[in-house]
Design a protein around this ligand. Sequence first.
Ligand code: IPM
Ligand code: MG
Length: 361
Amino acid sequence: MNTYKIALLEGDGIGPEISSEAVKVLQRVADSGRVKFEITTAPFGGGAYFSHGNAFPEETKAICDDSDAIIKGPIGLSKAESDKIPVEEQPERGALLPLRRRFDTYANFRPVYLPREIRSFSPLRAEVIGDGIDIMIIRELVGGLYFGGKERGESNGKRYVKETLEYDEEQIRRIMHIAFQEAQDRKGLLHNVHKSNVLMSSVLWNEILEEVAIDYPKVKVEHVIVDAAATALVLSPTQFDVMVMENMFGDILSDLGGGILGSLGLMPSACVGPDKSYYEPSHGSAPDIAGQGIANPYSMIGSVALMLDKSFGMKAESEALWNAMQQVFADGFTTADLSRGGEQLISTAEFGDKVVAALHL
Ligand code: IPM
Ligand code: MG
């Protein structure tokens, strides 16, 4: 039997409560007797800054290094709490980006998945949704503006700032291979999102795409400029299947994806590196509703589903987990954070219990 070591970084705000449900589900998967999980919890995020003096403490790094995969809850504090932390050490800059860099998690998978069972959460009209939406946004996660050189200074009495958008061809090539592979495994359609009418980085991006495309003759490529992509995602989302884009574009368009679904709470994600991957909700820590047991754990349990598939090759279990979550919604239950009225409201923990009950392994 395989034993997998998992580092669990619960994070801030609603992180701990939705993480508990992820653990509950993992335990159920382990109870099926095919696999064992050794889960080690480690401090990470704004809370860790105050308790350990560092948003990404050394002990957490060691636990992550020693794990087979990492599950990470959302991080971030209220503005008032965040303001007490020096800018460079705030959890996004001081923990999240260093985590991405440490494990070189360059391929970020963000499913915008709206099956029939949850279509009522979407603000889009029924005729726009059609038979459902199933888009995989693939975001390059360790390059571009996020990781380029930065400078702040003063010149001629004026304050200025400079941030650099950098990519080299290897960085582009490896994310393209991921995207083409995904498109080939799905419907054979890849939308390339760029801004080559303005940005030189997009010109190189598109050049590399053409080179990589030769290896995937069955994949049809459509090009779409990033601003037009934002409009098209709202007006006709069903035309898209796999979309690939650089880091900043992916940050923005994947949140638009959350808008299509009706909530970022319905957006899990996988951050895949060459040796190790980590899994996280795409949303923030929602400090305003933390501790009330009303946050839906979908994004955290969905991240577990992605982990089972991508890190451990447990495709059947992963699918069963997605289905179990849809089943809970189909049965008319939801948590208060997602409610549009008319559903039966249950707590975060009850949602987890129902997912476990609906899980057929
Ligand atoms: C995301 C988040 C992060 C990002 C923040 C918290 C730094 O918005 O994962 O999309 O911009 O990548
Ligand atoms: Mg974001």
